[in-house]
Design a protein around this ligand. Structure first.
Ligand code: NAP
Length: 307
């Protein structure tokens, strides 16, 4: 029986593990399909306190893992399929690799990229359609590409892609970016980025071999449809929380985010939620880390109160 099982290896998960490991609680971290979480798909993180020159996202996550393991936390690569609560108040966590028992569970599974939901979207992923510029940008050198979205992610992806692409269209459904001013200004000042306002993607148009050739854009303010010849489309329209496996031990809001009842507590005593799986407001590395810390302290208190 573990003291704490932490599901997820992003900022929230590893911060929880640093705290529970350091509190001498036996801690098992279960990583999902994306070890290290969303920051492993980003480049430079400029706003994590303590790194005045910035730090690369994957490096930050490797450091966090090292720090958690230094205090005795163990990481296992398995995807959680369900959680059950036993009558004695402890938990069974069923994973693809087997079953674990724990006195407390911290859900820190984050969120996954949102897609547009167009008919041929699934088939095109990996063939000129992606949600990760860091992963795939270098494949599209000296060709035009498009980024869909108007938030910080879209601006960041667009800026990164200018290192490779001949031109980056930034396609947004409104005429004003949602991104923070610094990110928006930086994107709009970049000569290689051309904003395409008031437009949404009507269709992805692959060539005969199934690779992206162009997209058709629909005007959102009554204008004409337009075609953009692009070899790759980077979708950056936000995220969906990874909460579907939890079942009725937690309540979800209408978008699938776990509802926290008091700090990081959920409606089930001993079960906590931290980071992007529960937070649709701030969604920052540092706020996820903060919630991870809070959940660890709550788990520690829960165990002390139960004994
Ligand atoms: P976001 O802020 O939710 O922005 C999503 C963007 O996609 C919005 O512009 C939205 O349009 C658009 N969109 C949503 N659904 C769409 C659809 N079906 N079709 C077309 N467009 C659609 O998401 P995000 O950019 O991923 O950022 C998430 C959080 O991470 C934010 O808090 C952000 O500050 C943070 N972040 C920070 C950094 C950084 O500081 N380095 C980098 C990346 C992300 P509307 O504007 O019209 O709603």
């Amino acid at each position: 029986m573990e003291d704490v099982i932490i599901i997820g290896t992003g900022c929230a998960g590893y911060t929880s593990a640093i705290y529970t490991g350091r509190a001498n609680l036996s801690t098992l971290i279960l990583s999902g399909t994306q070890p290290g979480g969303q920051l492993t798909t980003t480049t430079e993180v400029e706003n994590f306190p303590g790194w005045p020159e910035g730090i690369m996202g994957p490096d930050l996550m490797m450091n966090m893992q090292k720090q958690a393991e230094k205090f005795g936390a163990r990481t296992e690569y398995a995807t959680v399929e369900s959680i059950e609560k036993k009558e004695d108040g402890t938990f069974i966590v069923n994973t693809t690799g087997g079953t674990h028992e724990s006195k407390t569970v911290i859900i820190a599974t984050g969120a996954a990229a949102r897609w547009l939901g167009l008919p041929n979207e699934k088939e095109l992923v990996g063939h000129g359609l992606t949600s990760c510029a860091t992963c795939d940008g270098a494949f599209y050198r000296d060709v035009p590409v498009a980024v869909i979205g108007g938030g910080d992610s879209a601006c960041e992806e667009a800026g990164f892609l200018t290192r490779f692409a001949s031109k980056v269209y930034l396609v947004h459904r409104r005429d004003e970016l949602r991104a923070s001013k610094i990110m928006a200004d930086r994107a709009l000042a970049n000569d290689k980025i051309e904003p395409v306002w008031n437009a949404s993607v009507k269709s992805y148009n692959p060539d005969a071999s199934g690779e992206m050739e162009s997209i058709t854009l629909e005007s959102t303010n009554g204008g004409e449809d337009r075609q953009l010849d692009v070899k790759c489309v980077f979708v950056a329209i936000g995220h969906v929380p990874n909460s579907s496996f939890v079942g009725d031990l937690v309540d979800l809001d209408e978008n699938g985010y776990i509802l926290q009842t008091d700090g990081t507590k959920t409606k089930t005593p001993g079960l906590f939620a931290a980071g992007d799986v529960a937070d649709h407001v701030y969604r920052q590395a540092i706020t996820a880390a903060g919630q991870g810390c809070a959940a660890a302290l709550e788990a520690e208190r829960h165990i002390a109160d139960s004994e």
